[in-house]
Write a protein that binds this ligand. Structure first.
Ligand SMILES: NC(=O)c1ccc[n+]([C@@H]2O[C@H](COP(=O)([O-])OP(=O)(O)OC[C@H]3O[C@@H](n4cnc5c(N)ncnc54)[C@H](O)[C@@H]3O)[C@@H](O)[C@H]2O)c1
Length: 384
């Protein structure tokens, strides 16, 4: 096999972007089918690329036309579609978030394990060189044991964005707000670098928009080693700001949008605190601002790079930058935060599956169809 035959499921704003990446940008990938449950949309995008159109994902999965599917439908359908695709012995690249509930993530993971196929998730922020370097630093122990973490993921969305699809920001159609839609990329990096908390005490609220789900969330986090963290996510702020701070016993890293700063301490805080005899002594530190190497010619941008890596994993066994099973991580934290807020208590990770399913069922039962939808399917131009 010299390239991977892809079918894109969900030909909306993001799915149409993926069709273009697969057809025009990623040499190892070939677009061979498009599926959308909206027949006009399926036809429109399929005709543009001169490939067969499907309305029913099951028919695409059984068509023999594809080796892999890229799932770009609204998140509540991700788990069922991914599970079905694995049952049909297809490789699966799923858009973020993996799904909306940890119980669904468990089901996808067991279908994936039974299939023996490749499983990736479109966490394109992992391709950024400063993120890779921060990860290398943490894994090599450069900042020592983590003592404090912070994530600020501040976005802005207009009401027109929320009105652009009946599914958006509803409990039935989306299964959450900023936490499940905008925040997963940075929550993923935060967990990749800082590890998984064991307890979450959070609050969510709808502060600005006319929507059902949250546009603001914050939480205190507690880690297994006693470290603490703080998380804040919103779609009510301009300019956009994504800040991840991980402080350890030997230094700290600060990712601020696309910049990485690193401080390394001359001594361990734990040791120095008791060894130093000086009343006002501090610990000298060195600060470095990471300067990325120029990328080799032909390096693809973020989402195409994830698709390319996924195709190469299928073709040559290249390690995945964003393995699909790691999509569970963000789901644990997101579900824990929503559960904590709605039930007014601290929530342990791993999240109690039955308890979250019960909450989601209650929220969905109260969910109402939107009265104001002005449909738009436009790929975010900032994605490149
Ligand atoms: N990685 C990123 O940065 C990024 C950016 C934008 C969107 N996304 C993700 O992409 C997904 C889609 O978002 P969007 O903005 O493109 O939404 P959209 O509403 O523009 O498009 C969704 C499309 O899926 C179709 N669809 C719905 N259910 C279906 C089903 N069961 N089978 C087949 N087709 C179905 C709809 O008809 C629609 O055309 C979301 O999960 C979102 O989080 C990721």
């Amino acid at each position: 096999m010299s390239h991977v035959r892809f079918g894109v499921v969900g030909a909306g704003g993001m799915g149409a972007g993926h069709c273009r990446y697969i057809r025009e940008v990623v040499p190892e990938a070939e677009l061979t089918a498009v599926c959308d449950r909206n027949p006009e949309r399926a036809q429109e995008v399929a005709q543009k690329y001169e490939v067969p159109a499907f309305e029913d994902p099951a028919q695409l999965f059984q068509s023999g036309l594809v080796d892999a599917v890229l799932i770009a439908t609204p998140h509540p359908s991700h788990a069922e579609l991914a599970t079905e695709a694995f049952r049909n012995r297809l490789h699966v690249l799923v858009e973020k978030p993996l799904c909306v509930a940890v119980s669904e993530a468990d089901a996808v993971l067991s279908a994936w394990r039974a299939s023996g196929k490749q499983f990736g998730i479109v966490y394109q922020y992992r391709t950024r060189s400063h993120v890779k370097y921060a990860r290398h630093l943490i894994e090599s122990g450069a900042i020592g044991e983590v003592r404090r973490t912070q994530l600020i993921t501040a976005w802005y969305r207009t009401q027109a964005y929320y009105d652009s699809g009946g599914w958006r920001a509803t409990w039935t159609g989306e299964g959450g707000g900023v936490l499940i839609n905008q925040a997963p990329h940075n929550i993923d990096l935060f967990l990749l670098l800082g590890g998984m908390p064991q307890r979450v005490f959070g609050q969510t609220r709808t502060a600005l928009h006319d929507i059902e789900t949250e546009d603001e969330a914050f939480a205190l986090l507690e880690y297994p080693n006693g470290a603490h963290g703080y998380l804040y996510a919103t779609t009510n702020e301009e300019p956009n700001e994504n800040i991840i701070e991980i402080c350890g016993d030997r230094g700290k890293i600060l990712l601020c949008n696309d910049q990485l700063e690193i401080w390394t301490l001359k001594h361990s805080i734990k040791q120095f605190t008791y060894e130093s005899q000086g009343m006002w002594e501090g610990i000298p530190s060195e600060r470095v601002v990471y300067q990325p190497e120029p990328l080799p010619e032909g390096t693809l941008t973020e989402q195409p790079s994830i698709i390319q890596n996924f195709a190469r994993a299928i073709l040559y066994g290249e390690p995945l930058m964003a393995p699909g099973e790691q999509g569970l991580w963000a789901m644990e934290l997101i579900n824990a935060l929503i559960l904590s807020s709605k039930r007014g208590k601290a929530v342990e990770i791993p999240v109690d599956r039955a308890e979250y399913d019960q909450l989601l069922a209650e929220l969905r039962a109260q969910s109402r169809p939107k009265t104001r939808v002005r449909e738009q399917k436009v790929t975010d131009p900032k994605l490149g």
